[in-house]
Design a protein around this ligand. Structure first.
Ligand code: NAD
Length: 450
């Protein structure tokens, strides 16, 4: 049984701690946030993540998982320290490393024996070397240690599955022995393990997130063109996705990416490039397209409803994606604020994110269910593709509204079906061929008999 300390008990740290405990290790999860740790000690999870509560409870009961705020307590007898603290966006788009700096310093000051320090946070290329410098500087005596980069690729909403069955595990270190030890910890996951140097491992994380964000902005660009030309982006994406070189995932047109990772990671990568005199023009385009999506959502709602002054708009979904309560950089925040600025009365319903959202959106009234939300609305806007929204009773929704207008920012409904239900419906990139275009295509395929 290995003893592991996980520093930072957030979305990544709590999942990492619970999963490593479940794999049979003894895990001490440490956070500087006392309220969070006290809650966890009483079985209260700080976040919503499917399956996590059960996994945490089970491993706490089996005494493999404990929580603390004390570095001294958690490093005693520990061989591996995973650092999973936040690395938010700094003022100029760079990654803000002050949480990481504090964590590295506290680890250094409290270590009592040899350690492998593994960085799970997403950090700029070169940070592993910087962490090693901090540890050397703050150690009370010279104790051997190694730094390994092990970037995390889990997705909120499917975090446990992603952690337990990753596409790959990336390990970067200047010490092959340390990388090998961390690889051994990951062997039960049976995933491909890529062992490389520190900087390359750090870059793999940024390159991966930037690529996925690029896919989203790409399909959103195609959605704009589809609208103009009368093609349906949802079917375009299906037709493209069968090609293994392209793949099906991350081809959902909509109101764009948000959350705690893509926006900040694309920006941080562009910042790193710029600092070294490179011109990251593709990354700029990805960000510009994504910013436009939120603006366009409000414009489309305006086009459908008319003057927004005094109009009641109901938001279906607030979290940045389904199956999480994470509201960090959620498109819903920008969209709600822009609607309010245009004079609309904004209400919302989300299955799990309303508590978190309420503090971020003080003027938005939170409703207990989608039907209460719809009551008296001039328009509904789907902003998160929660499964439960797909099964709503549409005629009932329509009858409750003042006007049956629905903007579907996640393309969860079908235009024909919504029209049949009596909705004035608009999705994203779902152009309908005009009659003229249809006729001319049909006549060129089937020329009239002479
Ligand atoms: P988070 O904000 O949910 O959690 C960070 C935790 O670290 C907080 O609980 C905070 O109190 C704690 N913390 C801060 N300073 C500390 C210190 N000095 N000592 C101990 N604890 C400290 O963050 P997150 O979403 O889990 O992200 C963590 C890192 O993982 C980030 O770099 C992020 O980019 C990366 N990442 C996140 C995801 C994701 O889906 N959230 C996925 C992959 C990678």
């Amino acid at each position: 049984m290995k003893q592991i300390c996980v520093v930072g008990v957030g979305y990544v740290g709590l999942v990492t701690a619970a999963c490593f405990a479940d794999l049979g290790n003894r895990v001490i999860a440490l956070d500087v946030n006392e309220e969070k740790i006290n809650g966890l000690k009483q079985g209260k999870l700080p976040i919503y993540e499917p399956g996590l509560k059960e996994l945490v409870d089970h491993n706490v009961q089996s005494q493999r998982l404990t929580f603390t705020t004390s570095y001294a307590e958690s490093l005693d007898g520990t061989e591996f320290v995973f650092i999973a603290v936040g690395t938010p966006m700094g003022v100029d788009g760079e990654a803000d490393l002050h949480y990481l700096e504090a964590a590295a310093r506290d680890v250094a000051e409290n270590m009592t024996g040899p350690l492998v320090i593994i960085n799970k946070s997403t950090v700029p290329v070169g940070t592993g070397d910087w962490v090693a410098d901090i540890v050397r500087r703050y150690q009370k005596r010279a104790i051997p240690f190694s730094v390994v980069s092990c970037p995390e690729f889990l997705r909120e909403g499917s975090a446990i599955g992603d952690f337990m069955q990753p596409y790959r595990t990336v390990l970067g270190s200047l010490s092959p022995e340390a990388a090998e030890k961390v690889a051994q910890l990951h062997l039960p996951l049976r995933s491909p393990i890529v062992i490389t140097d520190l900087r390359t491992a750090e870059m793999i994380k940024y390159a991966s997130n930037a690529f996925l964000a690029t896919k989203i902005s790409f399909i959103n660009e195609i959605a704009n063109i589809c609208e103009a030309l009368g093609a349906d982006v949802k079917e375009v994406a299906i037709g493209m996705g069968y090609d293994a070189r392209i793949g099906k995932q991350f081809l959902d047109a909509g109101i764009g990416y948000g959350g705690s990772c893509f926006p900040k990671d694309v920006k941080a990568l562009a910042y790193m490039a710029l600092e070294k005199g490179r011109h990251p023009q593709l990354l700029y385009a990805v960000m510009e397209i994504n910013d436009d999506r939120r603006e366009m959502a409000v414009e489309y709602i305006k086009e459908m409803v008319g003057d927004l002054q005094g109009k009641v708009i109901g938001l279906l979904g607030l979290s940045f994606k389904p199956n999480t309560d994470d509201m960090r950089d959620a498109p819903s925040i920008t969209i709600a604020q822009k609607l309010q600025a245009a004079g609309a009365i904004v209400r919302a319903y989300d299955p799990v994110a309303m508590n978190v959202a309420q503090t971020l959106l003080p003027g938005v009234e939170m409703m207990p269910d989608p039907y209460t939300l719809a009551q008296g609305c001039d328009a509904l806007a789907v902003l998160t593709g929660w499964n439960e929204f797909m099964q709503l009773d549409k005629p009932r929704l329509r009858d409750l509204m003042s006007q049956p207008i629905l903007y579907d920012g996640r393309n969860i409904y079908e235009p024909d079906e919504m029209a049949k239900c009596g909705f004035i419906y608009r999705g994203v990139g779902r152009g309908t061929p005009s009659i003229d275009l249809k006729n001319s295509v049909e006549s060129s395929v089937n020329p009239p008999a002479e």
